[in-house]
Design a binder for this molecule. Structure first.
Ligand code: MN3
Length: 300
């Protein structure tokens, strides 16, 4: 089961820089074939269907714990998209075409299907599909797939980073490059333990180091690339049988931390009246408050 907190993994800079086309590019990292929804669901279903988990506990714990982190990545990249979309339009009366500017945007779903929020689609508006999940049930094959998936995800992040300099997108993509890099190393080490082959010699794929990306380098300076979390108070501690030794790129010691990292407040999303969202007027709000008070949920 899962526990949820009203927090996200990093602080997203609050900038007033609407860039709907940047939001469209970042969608690839959410609902694309190599996006966070794919990493999440691959590990989610591999964890549900894992066989001989008692015998293979370190591998099971690895897939279980990384699944939880991926859910946090889905959340984080969604907020990056929302941040790029924020302020794309402004309120005018319907006859004054308040959404007129979105006609030429790459993704109209953000505006026509939703109210300027992230959607489980790729950068071209194709919905994410369960066909992106690979789960053969063969441990080595699944780990090999996960290693490939994380390398592919890394390439996509590098390209999206090169596509936009929007501060919110850069911040999130830089952080996810580092955390995705951790998962690349984790699956490489798991494969080494399962097969005896030193897969870490292939790293990094592509060969460019994360430190070449300013917004990723600052997280590596803090050692974010050396830490793997259990994402649980008491479970999944056997990941320390895989996440040990040193980082293959810079030789820093690897560390397993129990629980979750420190979280940050989720940004507030203002009303977008021209999109009828949330569609609650000042009058409505007063009425709602009155009803809540009457039912005893709010006290003066
Ligand atoms: Mn991820």
């Amino acid at each position: 089961m899962f526990k949820r907190m009203d927090e996200i993994l990093i602080e997203i800079p609050e900038v007033n820089k609407p860039d709907p086309n940047a939001a469209a590019a970042v969608q690839e990292l959410l609902g694309g074939k190599f996006g966070e929804m794919s990493t999440l669901n691959n590990y989610l279903y591999q964890s549900f269907n894992f066989r001989s988990k008692k015998k293979l506990k370190p591998f099971y714990d690895l897939v279980m714990s990384i699944t939880a982190e991926e859910l946090g990545h889905v959340e984080l990249v969604s907020h990056a998209i929302n941040s790029c979309l924020r302020g794309s339009t402004s309120y005018k009366e319907p006859d004054k075409t308040p959404l007129g500017s979105i006609k030429d945007m790459r993704l109209s779903y953000h505006f026509l299907a939703g109210a300027q929020g992230a959607m489980p689609f790729d950068s071209m508006g194709n919905p994410w599909t369960g066909a992106n999940v690979f789960n053969s049930g063969n441990l080595v094959e699944d780990l090999l797939h996960n290693f490939f998936l994380e390398c592919g995800a890394r390439t996509h992040k590098m390209k999206v980073y090169e596509t936009t300099d929007h501060p919110a997108a850069r911040e999130v993509v830089g952080f996810l490059l580092v955390r995705g890099g951790v998962h690349v190393v984790a699956y490489a080490k798991a494969l080494e333990i399962a097969t005896g082959v030193d897969v870490t010699k292939l790293i990094p794929i592509p060969s460019l180091n994360n430190k070449a990306f300013k917004e990723a380098a600052k997280y590596e300076e803090k050692g974010v690339h050396t830490k793997l979390y259990t994402w649980s108070e008491n479970d999944f501690t056997a990941i320390d049988q895989i996440w040990k030794g040193t980082h293959p790129e810079d030789g820093l010691p690897l560390e397993v931390l129990k629980g979750t990292p420190e979280g940050f407040p989720i940004p507030e999303a203002p009303a977008v009246e021209e999109e009828f969202a949330p569609g609650i007027s000042a009058e409505d709000f007063k009425e709602i408050t009155k009803r809540l008070k009457m039912s005893g949920n709010i006290k003066d």
